[in-house]
Design a protein around this ligand. Structure first.
Ligand SMILES: NC(=O)c1ccc[n+]([C@@H]2O[C@H](COP(=O)([O-])OP(=O)(O)OC[C@H]3O[C@@H](n4cnc5c(N)ncnc54)[C@H](OP(=O)(O)O)[C@@H]3O)[C@@H](O)[C@H]2O)c1
Length: 295
């Protein structure tokens, strides 16, 4: 498939890597729906993308992916629109300096990075299958290696923001691996993309307490260096794997594959390959999905 005329939803599409991804897909002729929390920022992103891509078929829906009622409303709103959903890019991500629970009582990083993509994909499944051949792309991050401490998956025992972020991204990969297995009999594929690093609000605004204690002395230096090292080219590079997975005919049937920042298939981390981890993460997500809806 090419994405021309296809409907693409990008969560966290009003800023950072998601917005740049959305810009490129709009330039390829996709019908793009952006998701962000703030109506003004969403409106500005729509205007910017329409102008810079030459494609007027860009709209936005506001939703906070840390709130299940917003994720549910987003799925309902999109499903109610004519036509199916061809590409879903679960891009919105979160880091927090301190342990913080959402209104649903879920640790916020886990809620945005793991529970939201799980629930949104589930709740959009009728729209995804209706489009014939749909693609789901989950964006990972952090250091995607190693295992998960299942006893501290949601920062219950100790909380260092970036470590918990890493663990949640590994958990997202474990959830994605199992999700792709569950989709084998459907016309929907699910793959994971690692974007690589870019200078965005996620790392610009990171409070010093989010870093592990040993790294804190070099944070001022990092803050000076990253805008220089990670310029516009890094932002463009960070969209490579997701734009490829969303648009290339080469990956039409590819399912359950992890792509690195150069858009090449790459081995899954141990956390995703470990069945106990996968099933534990899946069950935690399913519990949130199956909660009764709140107003
Ligand atoms: N930046 C990097 O170096 C890097 C490296 C590896 C992986 N990643 C991953 O790549 C993805 C995008 O990263 P990024 O750096 O572009 O992040 P970012 O700068 O934080 O992304 C900003 C976008 O996400 C939206 N957003 C943030 N929280 C949201 C929430 N709770 N609900 C809905 N929308 C939300 C923002 O809109 P509003 O503010 O208006 O809500 C905006 O559209 C993330 O999954 C991240 O983990 C990033």
């Amino acid at each position: 498939m090419t994405v021309e005329g296809k409907t693409v939803l990008v969560t966290g599409g009003t800023g950072g890597i998601g917005k740049e991804t959305a810009r490129q897909l709009a330039a390829l002729g996709a019908r793009v729906i952006l998701v962000g929390r703030n109506g003004d920022r969403a409106g500005a992103a729509v205007a910017d993308l329409r102008r810079s891509s030459g494609n007027d078929d860009v709209t936005a829906i506001t939703a906070d992916m840390s709130r299940l009622r917003d994720v549910r409303r987003l799925a309902q709103e999109v499903s109610g629109r004519a036509g199916g959903m061809d590409v879903l890019i679960n891009n919105a991500g979160a880091t927090r300096p301190h342990r913080q629970l959402t209104e649903d009582g879920v640790e916020t990083t886990f809620a945005v990075n793991v529970v939201a993509p799980f629930c949104l994909t589930h709740w959009l499944m009728p729209a995804l299958t209706a489009s014939g051949r749909a693609r789901v792309i989950n964006i990972t991050g952090g250091v995607p290696r190693g295992r998960i401490d299942l006893d501290n998956l949601r920062g219950e025992k100790s909380y260092v923001g970036l470590s918990v972020y890493n663990q949640t991204k590994l958990a997202q990969m474990a959830m994605s691996y199992r999700f792709a297995q569950e989709l084998t009999a459907t016309p929907v594929t699910l793959n994971v993309a690692y974007p690589g690093h870019a200078h965005t609000s996620m790392n610009k605004d990171l409070a010093i307490g989010t870093y592990p204690p040993l790294a804190r002395p070099i944070v001022p230096l990092l803050r000076l260096a990253t805008p220089i090292v990670l310029g516009r080219r890094a932002l463009l590079r960070a969209t490579r794997s997701s734009v490829y997975l969303a648009s290339s005919p080469e990956v039409r049937e590819t399912n359950g594959t992890y792509f690195n920042s150069a858009a090449r298939p790459t081995p899954w981390p141990d956390a995703a390959l470990d069945r106990t981890t996968r099933d534990t993460v899946w069950e935690l997500c399913a519990r949130e999905r199956d909660r009764p809806a709140t107003a």
